[in-house]
Design a protein around this ligand. Structure first.
Ligand SMILES: Cc1cc2nc3c(=O)[nH]c(=O)nc-3n(C[C@H](O)[C@H](O)[C@H](O)COP(=O)(O)O)c2cc1C
Length: 361
């Protein structure tokens, strides 16, 4: 809009006047929206449906992501292919059943057969890996504890026929007793949490070493995720041209895009659950992992800055041209990384007070 105004003003010589008119017009439209459109939309589900079907496409990418994720999940679950998210969820549920204080004699019966089938597909497709080791140990323990009813017998038969050999036979991957928490942990975590700040000025070329990134991702993976499905991955860009191009796509990094040594694109996946209610898991789980990732970077002396990735069609299409992203994946955020420049400034960014953030009932 400003470009159009500038061109017009070059012809008329009245840039300020045109800008003022433009601001007034925008204000008028916003006020109209606030007083008329929004109250109308908030009053009726039918009007909302009509409006968002025919007059607004703000949710179109969300709808597309949801449907593509569901398609990918169901294709893999229903047509004899391995679906690691499906296996993870079911093994997680069995593990919870196994360690429940009032363990039921028979549990998980409604998803037991699909779980052993998924285990068989997973072994056929992925062979020896930590996911299959985990599934193997949990299923084995499940069969030890469960009664010999026909359904369990049938599942056990399928499980035995898989004849899986663990990748790491010496490591048991079932439920275990958690040790006590280190008493010094709060003060040490407090140092780390206070040390991390969003850094926007980096030493040129200070790309984090591979082991720093691997360590950070190892800890990021320890973040909790819904049913342990971990619907995220980190794509790290280290080539300066590409880093700048991608960082520029996110409006919030334009002012410092050129000085970013490396950039992580945190990608979330909608294909880890077929349920519409789970469509935001990629953002929740992806953000929890991103936080651990940034803290792990900080603990290794590498600074970072999270960068917003808004839902913009053009930026999304441009990013998909640069990177190989599955149709059901979408950036959760970008993270700029590198060594902080000596004496570089960071914002104070005063936090809300505890009483504003905490309500104990
Ligand atoms: C999801 C998310 C998106 C953010 N996007 C941007 C951004 O686009 N540009 C930017 O400079 N900072 C961005 N930030 C950094 C915040 O401005 C910063 O975390 C906040 O002001 C608190 O400051 P601190 O991180 O230095 O403690 C983002 C942070 C988060 C968590």
């Amino acid at each position: 809009m400003r470009k159009i105004l500038r061109t017009l003003s070059e012809k008329t010589g009245q840039y300020d006047r045109l800008l003022q008119l433009y601001f007034r017009w925008s204000l008028f439209l916003r006020r109209l929206e606030t007083r008329i459109l929004i109250p109308t939309l908030s009053s009726s589900a039918i009007i909302r449906k009509i409006y968002f079907s025919f007059f607004s496409d703000v949710f179109s990418s969300e709808m597309k992501m949801y449907i593509l994720g569901r398609q990918h999940y169901l294709e893999r679950s229903l047509f004899e292919q391995s679906n690691p998210s499906h296996l993870r969820r079911n093994i997680h549920r069995l593990e919870k059943g196994l360690m429940a204080e009032n363990r039921r004699e028979l549990f998980g019966a409604d998803y037991l057969l699909e779980t052993v089938h998924q285990f068989a597909y997973s072994v056929a497709e992925l062979d020896r890996c930590t996911l299959n080791d985990w599934a193997f140990d949990v299923l084995q323990q499940y069969f030890q504890w469960s009664p010999n009813v026909p359904l369990v017998e049938q599942a056990k038969q399928i499980f035995t026929e898989v004849a899986y050999t663990k990748l790491l036979p010496e490591v048991f991957r079932g439920p275990y007793v958690k040790g006590p928490t280190d008493k010094e942990l709060y003060s040490r975590f407090s140092i780390l949490a206070k040390s991390r700040k969003s850094v926007r000025s980096f030493v040129p070329g200070s790309v984090p070493a591979n082991d720093v990134l691997e360590n950070a991702v190892r800890l990021a993976a320890l973040a909790p995720s819904s049913c342990n499905r971990q619907p995220f991955r980190f794509v790290v860009l280290t080539q300066s041209g590409m880093v700048t191009d991608v960082a520029r796509l996110a409006g919030g990094a334009r002012s410092f895009a050129e000085g970013i040594p490396a950039l992580a694109v945190v990608l979330g996946s909608t294909a880890v659950s077929p349920s519409p209610g789970d469509r935001h898991l990629m953002y929740i789980d992806g953000s929890l992992a991103a936080m651990s990732f940034m803290l792990a970077l900080e603990s290794q002396g590498c600074s970072s800055c999270p960068i917003n990735w808004p839902d913009h069609k053009k930026a999304d299409a441009a990013l998909r041209k640069c990177l190989s992203i599955q149709a059901y994946e979408r950036p959760v955020m970008l993270i700029a990384m590198g060594l902080a420049r000596d004496n570089s400034m960071v914002a104070c960014s005063v936090r809300k007070e505890v009483k504003e953030l905490l309500e104990i009932i």
